[in-house]
Design a protein around this ligand. Structure first.
Ligand code: FMN
Length: 221
């Protein structure tokens, strides 16, 4: 049975990112996977603390971050998983700090500081193949996404994860609703009716894409 781990890097446990990830979870369950869903905000953890335990001569970390906090058991489970799906809102043009800190701890222990004399590039500490799904949610429209250079800014996450684990695909959900009830907030940057209409039409499509992503990754070899 495939093991899929889903990680929510939004501080909100029931809003846009979580809704999409829960659909990805349903997709993976449909494919018969064993699925674990984690809200990263519940965990007390930091990004890489640059201890370099994973790079020391004779290190036995073997791809697992040495720093012991509440993220470490999750990282340990990920090393045994077949696939992971991470969702994050875009905050000031980048993924959230929950996402960033998680990814630092996930990827840095996989790489040594040695040259790979056989294949070129950097020598790997572990060579794990693990398809990754990335889900971004953002306030901006698809047009703004392009104008603000997000394909390049966010594209780096995909490239790094793909390089590290062999496969990564992305879903973007644009122009998301930020509140359930806009009448309670000072907010006139967007035409709310336009945004609501867009979401009525498009959010179900994003949910479908997320479901398919979960199913597809769980079925992947
Ligand atoms: C601190 C903060 C910064 C944000 N910065 C951006 C941004 O730079 N670009 C953008 O498109 N949306 C931005 N947003 C909007 C969120 O990305 C968007 O509402 C997202 O869907 C929220 O995800 P959630 O519903 O899972 O919390 C920001 C929201 C917050 C709270």
């Amino acid at each position: 049975m495939k093991k899929v781990i889903i990680l929510n890097a939004s501080p909100r446990k029931n809003f846009n990112t979580a809704r999409l990830l829960k659909n990805a979870q349903q997709g993976a369950l449909k494919a018969g996977a064993d699925v674990e869903y984690i809200d990263l905000v519940n965990l007390n953890y930091k990004g890489c603390i640059s201890c370099f335990a994973c790079k020391r001569k004779g290190s036995t970390t073997n791809g697992l971050c040495a720093y012991k906090d509440e993220l470490r058991p999750v990282l340990e489970n990920i090393l045994q998983a077949d696939s992971i799906i991470i969702g994050t809102p875009v905050y000031f043009s980048y993924p959230t700090s929950l996402f960033r800190a998680f990814v630092e701890r996930l990827m840095f222990p996989c790489y040594s500081y040695l040259k790979d004399e056989v294949n070129g590039g950097v020598k790997r500490i572990i060579n794990k193949y693990m398809p990754i799904g990335l889900i971004y949610t953002m306030n901006c429209s698809m047009e703004d996404y392009k104008e603000r250079n997000y394909p390049v800014i966010l594209g780096d996450d995909k490239e790094f994860l793909k390089k590290c684990f062999g496969y990564c695909e992305v879903i973007n959900a644009y122009y998301t609703l930020q509140f359930d009830d806009y009448s309670k907030y000072d907010s006139n940057l967007y035409d709310i009716n336009h945004k609501k209409k867009y979401n009525e039409e498009n959010f179900p499509k994003y949910l479908e894409l997320a479901f398919d992503l979960g199913k597809r990754l769980a079925e992947m070899n």
